[in-house]
Design a protein around this ligand. Structure first.
Ligand SMILES: NC(=O)c1ccc[n+]([C@@H]2O[C@H](COP(=O)([O-])OP(=O)(O)OC[C@H]3O[C@@H](n4cnc5c(N)ncnc54)[C@H](OP(=O)(O)O)[C@@H]3O)[C@@H](O)[C@H]2O)c1
Length: 322
């Protein structure tokens, strides 16, 4: 496993981090806690030292599992979590004031709840789970960040940017209060490369590349017959003719990648790591075999220039979260 600086935080993170949404058990179904524990343990054994969870993932369940495994591990494992918007609406909607999402007292209270779930004294990286640039002038979020850092409850602070809106965090970065951004970045959504990534490099902002496998589409596992349990979020994400659209895009991509070493998922993760602005890529991995496959890509390094050029042709502008 190779490591990169998480921006200017002083933290060195493994190139492959662990996305802990799926292990929360409420929105991704079909997993179980023992399987999740084994996956987390194996990831750490392979050198992974960064986990991204959230208070909202299974209403604290993901944080509790992560805390348990991190406490039993020998080396340092950095943990990032998130404050859910108070109105529980993802993504942040225009015109909704910050007191409906991140009022000062609420942000402090959620951080304290996360600390209890994780059984930790400090959160290495706390993040707002949505962001709306209209909140920039408000005092609530600025004061919360400053006070949480001063009290030692939080070491660094970031924004998890609304789906497919990378530029919405640019003004917040310019305030100097934000240490990291978490953004959708994958073969299909390459939009952060345009404005966000150059600014992050310039300002020393850590970048967490989230949803690197497009919720499973970029593993090649989605077929027109894929079925999800009731209440599994992917049932909505891949609804109607979207499964067929995914198959069509993935088939064209695979044709272009003929002869390239590794599975589609591995190539998709290497694509993310080919961007120097990315500090860590955080696939969700409930299965140990997926942990082994994903962690293995770090040693392979960025994609060769000719392969990268081919992959770049496959950007696909759409929003399946709506
Ligand atoms: N708003 C936000 O802040 C937000 C929103 C979404 C996600 N996130 C973060 O980003 C993380 C990643 O996104 P995600 O988990 O939604 O989706 P993802 O990483 O794009 O895809 C996860 C899927 O890929 C499979 N997979 C992982 N590694 C694989 C490999 N090497 N080969 C084949 N299949 C593989 C997983 O299978 P198994 O699970 O069965 O192993 C799972 O089905 C989340 O866990 C969360 O931490 C944040």
């Amino acid at each position: 496993m190779r490591y990169r600086a998480l921006g200017r935080t002083g933290i060195e993170v493994s190139e492959v981090g662990y996305g802990a949404w799926g292990i929360g058990g409420k929105q991704w179904l079909g997993g179980d806690d023992e399987e999740s524990r084994s996956a987390l343990r194996r990831a750490i054994e392979l050198g992974l030292n960064f986990i991204d969870t959230a208070l909202a993932y299974g209403e604290g369940h993901s944080e509790k599992l992560v805390g348990e495994i991190v406490r039993e591990s020998h080396g340092k494992v950095w943990v990032a979590t998130k404050v859910p918007p108070k109105n529980l609406l993802w993504p942040a909607r225009p015109g909704i004031a910050i007191d409906e999402c991140f009022p000062y007292d609420y942000t402090i209270r959620c951080t304290e709840t996360s600390l209890r779930n994780l059984k930790a004294e400090t959160i290495d990286l706390q993040q707002f789970h949505v962001w709306n640039p209209e909140w920039l002038a408000s005092d609530d979020w600025r004061r919360a960040i400053e006070d949480l850092k001063k009290s030692g409850k939080v070491r660094s602070f970031g924004i998890s940017i609304n789906d497919h809106q990378p530029d919405s965090a640019i003004d917040a970065i310019h305030t100097g209060l934000i240490d990291t951004v978490q953004v959708i970045y994958n073969v299909f959504d390459q939009s952060p490369e345009k404005n966000l990534f150059p600014l992050c490099v310039e300002k020393g902002i850590g970048v967490l590349a989230r949803v690197p496998l497009d919720e499973g589409a970029l593993t090649g596992a989605i077929t027109p017959d894929s079925q999800f349990e009731k209440d599994d979020f992917r049932g909505r994400y891949f609804r109607g003719d979207r499964k067929q659209q995914v198959v069509d895009h993935v088939e064209t991509l695979k044709k272009d990648l003929k002869g390239v070493e590794g599975s589609l998922a591995e190539i998709a993760l290497r694509f993310c790591l080919s961007a120097p602005a990315v500090s860590t890529v955080i696939p969700g991995m409930r299965k140990t075999r997926n942990v082994e496959s994903s962690c293995g890509v770090s040693e392979k390094g960025p994609l060769p220039a000719d392969v990268l050029a081919r992959v770049k042709q496959h950007a696909w502008d759409r929003n399946f979260y709506l």
